[in-house]
Design a protein around this ligand. Structure first.
Ligand code: NAD
Length: 411
């Protein structure tokens, strides 16, 4: 089942549990607006090349739409659609005043020079500038884009609308980015994990963790869990995997990765088969890399008691069922990785206030939002006798459906 089908299925189930009016259910499945634009730029050698840019704006009942822009050769409109919808539920679960959106350009950023990427980003912004905006749709970085991409969008957008730092988040600090944004998703994953463990009378200290993916999210989550006394016993990335049953020194592993570009040959751990990471002996498994990694082929062999979905859509519905039957507790992606968009919201607030927060304030507010959302999800689980994934979906869908009803239907 692809990401769109799985998202629609979860949405429909949540709508059924909540008894959402069928007209609202139908309207929430259809995106508010789908934009497709042609972006033609001169390459550095003078030849012209065209790319297709997308922006799916899913829903704005609770506020401006929010979501990433990715540059990837296979930007699939169906997937962008599913991800835009997921952003609507995710921002509602986190209780930040946003709707959901997602977009991208079908290109391979590795094949483009920096000046070609800048031209492409500026042309894309020229084509969509009337449809995004501080109070309309606020893009952020995603796969293949970064703080520099957001700086170009900010500059191009500001030519049309005046200086508008709040039109994008994930900006460089010098242009109004927030302190704490880089670590926010990984830090949010740790706050979410702490909230779940506390519910089960446990804490990070002394528990064992296996982490798939050692990029932005995985390395920050690993570093913070290690600092809190957790034992990170296995880590993998695209280059390989390492294990140490006494716990890996994560700060040293980060240094090793920076120096060599890979996890292997780290003196503080043994090499292991990366395919075994998901079924490695541990208390908590945290997928932080790709979607669909937990499936019917490996779910029965998972040994963790808790799975924290830091990646988007890491568990396919068949695996979900197998894992639930085994009694594995899964913290769903629409909550577990919401720390990034939550600190994006803080960035937007700081830009609108024209006032920069200290990092301690950003982290304290993030902890407050993540902990509150967890208790709100648990409340839905108790009211509707459902698991955490359906608790999160019913929480998000209920908030969006309520806002839609309150705003009214008359044209
Ligand atoms: P990243 O590109 O920084 O890191 C991805 C990591 O996954 C890398 O270490 C890479 O080597 C590893 N990886 C790739 N293929 C792998 C494989 N087959 N086996 C093991 N490891 C593999 O990306 P990121 O920003 O850390 O995002 C990770 C996940 O979290 C993605 O699913 C992303 O959509 C999701 N996410 C990220 C954010 C954010 O703020 N960065 C927010 C929400 C969700």
């Amino acid at each position: 089942m692809n990401a769109l089908a799985a998202t629609n299925r979860n949405f429909r189930q949540a709508a059924r549990i909540l008894g959402v009016d069928s007209r609202i259910e139908k309207s929430l499945l259809i995106p508010f607006r789908e934009i497709k634009v042609e972006c033609t730029i001169p390459k550095d050698d003078g030849t012209l090349v065209s790319y297709v840019g997308f922006r799916v704006q899913h829903d704005n009942a609770r506020g401006p739409m929010k979501g990433g822009i990715r540059y990837h050769p296979e930007v699939d409109p169906d997937e962008v659609n599913a991800l835009a919808q997921l952003m609507t539920w995710k921002t509602a679960v986190a209780d930040i005043p946003y709707g959901g959106a997602k977009g991208g350009i079908g290109c391979n950023p590795k094949d483009l020079s920096k000046s070609e990427l800048e031209r492409l980003t500026r042309v894309f912004t020229q084509k969509i500038h009337d449809l995004i905006g501080v109070n309309a749709d606020v893009p952020a970085p995603d796969m293949g884009t970064n703080a520099q991409t957001m700086a170009w969008i900010l500059d191009e957008y500001s030519k049309f609308h005046g200086h508008s730092p709040a039109v994008v988040t994930g900006k460089p600090i010098d242009l109004g980015g927030s302190l704490g944004r880089e670590a926010a998703t990984g830090r949010g994953v740790v706050y979410a994990t702490e909230a779940l463990l506390a519910e089960h009378g446990k804490s990070v200290k002394g528990l064992t963790f296996a982490i798939q993916g050692f990029g932005n999210v995985g390395s920050w989550a690993a570093r913070l869990l290690h600092e809190k006394g957790g034992k990170v016993v296995a880590v993998s990335d695209i280059t390989g995997a390492v294990k140490n049953h006494s716990g890996i020194d994560i700060a040293a592993l980060i240094k090793h990765k920076e120096a060599t570009g890979k996890l292997e040959d780290f003196s503080g751990a043994d090499a292991m088969d990366a395919n075994e990471l998901l079924t490695h002996e541990c208390d908590v498994l945290i997928p932080c890399a790709l979607g669909g990694v937990l499936n019917r082929d490996n779910a029965a062999n998972v040994r963790a008691k808790f799975i924290i979905e830091a990646a988007n859509h890491p568990t396919d519905p068949e695996a979900d069922e197998i894992l639930s039957k085994k009694g594995v507790i899964i913290l769903p992606d629409i909550y577990a990785n919401a720390g990034g968009v939550t600190v994006s919201y803080f960035e937007w607030v700081q830009n609108i206030q024209g006032f920069m927060w200290e990092e301690e304030k950003v982290n304290a507010e993030l902890k407050r939002y993540m902990t509150k959302a967890f208790h709100n999800i648990k409340g839905m689980c108790q009211s509707h006798n459902c698991n955490l994934r359906m608790g999160a979906f019913t929480l998000g869908v209920n908030r969006v459906a309520r806002a839609t009803l309150l705003r009214g239907w008359e044209a």
